[in-house]
Design a protein around this ligand. Structure first.
Ligand SMILES: Cc1cc2nc3c(=O)[nH]c(=O)nc-3n(C[C@H](O)[C@H](O)[C@H](O)COP(=O)(O)OP(=O)(O)OC[C@H]3O[C@@H](n4cnc5c(N)ncnc54)[C@H](O)[C@@H]3O)c2cc1C
Length: 391
């Protein structure tokens, strides 16, 4: 697909996702939110329709779509009032496997992922002592014959209980023994089914309740033995492979924020037009309409950079600046829209049945994760504006 956004393939993709999402109305997401439950039915439906394999090439049974199309899928899920946190990792982890995985790994896993028989939903990077400073991770994979033995602690590994496969970042050479701190880190693709069947005690998963419905966990690896052929690419190069995937991740999450933003604006406009106070719709007041209009303008601007980033990405051109700025601006825009929408609804904004407070909690995350906006600003300052690095 080319990047003519009005073209029939993109429009029909949007329509298909909108139709699919109609079966999962806000009430569905609200009930799951209240019980902090995973949206199994939604993810199953999306998988069966093939959309979670959007970025898997057709030769492996995927849809072979480009990043623009993948981002439209996530945007529309959010624009419908849903949340794709339950499944988006399958899209953005794909780059590392496609670009750096061996042909054997691709043949072993991709067709089954595309067929919906295997789930690749978990990505285990962040650690309590490292946070955003990824090269400071301590989880260690020690080579022992045909295996690696993994020991360590990750404080945010989402969806591991809902995944068959796990991507794990671990040190294979101690920090003290490498000259460059980003070296000596390796990426692994691990079959959790084997671990659960043969050595369940080596994998300790503790669910973490968060501000919104997110299936995330603390994970401890207690000497977990994995086959040496779980390694993706070359040993010690994993940090670079992860960085390679960051642009796609930024773009896809920017699209989720854009979807949230449009959802908030649509809700705010509807309410502003229908709620009558002092004999007129509240939307007649500039104090009500200006924040909505402002947020809308912010969303449109973020959306434009998101498509610029997609376009560069698809041409294999450098897109770090655009992908990062898209995520920064989109997360700020969705937050501005969330606040405008909540204010427009007055007290009703706090009532669960309106779904505003749920989406408000959900969209707040994007300023912090998967990368916090301070580090994006640092990226723009250092890499685009060539200002000195502050850390
Ligand atoms: C709901 C949720 C799900 C997640 N799921 C996953 C997952 O599946 N897998 C995974 O690996 N991770 C996951 N994460 C972790 C996420 O990627 C991190 O939260 C994120 O990278 C930020 O790291 P941190 O929380 O450790 O913040 P820290 O790095 O501890 O930063 C704390 C604060 O300090 C600021 N700060 C830090 N360094 C600098 C600096 N140099 N300059 C300016 N400011 C700075 C930050 O802006 C932030 O405000 C998840 C997080 C959340 C919230």
């Amino acid at each position: 697909m080319t990047q003519n956004l009005e073209s029939a393939p993109y429009q029909s993709l949007r329509n298909e996702i909108q139709n699919l999402c109609r079966n999962f109305p806000n009430q569905y997401w609200r009930e799951l939110d209240q019980t902090r439950s995973y949206p199994y039915e939604f993810v199953q439906t999306l998988t069966e329709a093939g959309y979670l394999s959007a970025l898997i090439p057709t030769q492996y049974g995927g849809l072979g779509l480009n990043i623009t199309a993948a981002s439209i899928i996530l945007e529309e899920i959010h624009r419908s009032g849903g949340h794709s946190a339950a499944c988006h990792a399958q899209m953005y982890t794909m780059g590392a496997l496609l670009k750096h995985g061996s042909e054997t790994q691709k043949q072993r896993y991709l067709p089954e992922i595309a067929a919906g028989k295997l789930r690749l939903q978990a990505f285990s990077i962040t650690e309590p002592e490292a946070g955003s400073d990824t090269p400071n991770i301590r989880t260690f994979a020690q080579r022992e014959g045909d295996s690696y033995i993994v020991t360590g602690h990750k404080n945010w590994t989402s969806r591991i209980a809902q995944s068959d496969l796990l991507m794990l970042l671990a040190r294979t050479t101690a920090r003290e023994n490498v000259t460059e701190r980003t070296q000596g880190i390796s990426l692994f693709l691990i079959d959790l089914r084997d671990i659960r069947a043969q050595q369940p005690n080596t994998l300790e998963v503790t669910p973490v309740r968060t501000m919104f419905n997110y299936a995330t966990n603390q994970v401890r690896y207690h000497g977990m033995r994995i086959p040496a052929d779980s390694l993706i690419g070359a040993e010690g190069q994993g940090f670079r492979y992860v960085i390679d995937g960051w642009n796609a991740e930024r773009i896809l999450l920017a699209a989720e924020c854009v979807g949230d933003g449009y959802w908030f604006v649509e809700r705010a406009v509807d309410y502003a037009n229908t709620c009558v106070r002092f004999g007129a719709p509240i939307g007649k007041n500039q104090g009500v309409q200006f924040p909505i209009a402002h947020a809308y303008a912010q969303i449109r601007a973020a959306d434009a950079i998101r498509y610029q980033a997609c376009n560069l990405f698809e041409r294999n051109a450098p897109c770090g600046a655009e992908a990062n700025m898209a995520k920064l601006l989109a997360s700020e825009a969705s937050w501005a829209a969330a606040n405008a929408c909540l204010d427009t609804h007055g007290g009703n904004g706090f009532v669960a049945e309106y779904d505003i407070e749920r989406k408000f909690r959900e969209t707040r995350m994007y300023q912090i994760a998967p990368i916090n906006n301070n580090l994006i600003l640092a990226y723009v300052a250092n890499h685009v504006l060539k200002l000195p690095k502050s850390y």
